[in-house]
Design a protein. Sequence first.
Length: 155
Amino acid sequence: MTLTPADIRSVVAESNRIEGITRPPRKAEIEAHLTFLALSEIRQADLEAFVAAVAPGKLIRDRVGMNVSVGNHRPPGGGRNILQELHLVLRRANKGIDPTAVHRDYETLHPFMDGNGRSGRVLWLWQMFHYGRDPYVLRRGFLHTFYYQTLSAPR
């Protein structure tokens, strides 16, 4: 699937709106998405580079005490366990395991201090493109597509 600059601007704008960011997408955000979506395999360093572009200064939670909360959700505490769990999530993503399940597991882990929503959505989109999951994903966007995926996901 070929991505146009308009496609990426739309993807970035929707992802930012989900986070409450209403300004137009920045050039660095668009470039980070293009770079990420062009990868043939996703590694921890790729996610770190993406988060550095969209949420500068927000680190991976690889040290004890780097804890976060997301509403009522309390992700696992920071430390080496975050890196180990992230590697398991990425292994599943790179094998083409269900993007909905990978996204849920990534967001549940919440591996970064911030930028998890945007990095989780670009990981989901990478899987959608890389494994040819849905040719209409750009037309519908993340929220619409993910909504239908969760309805059809196994319980």
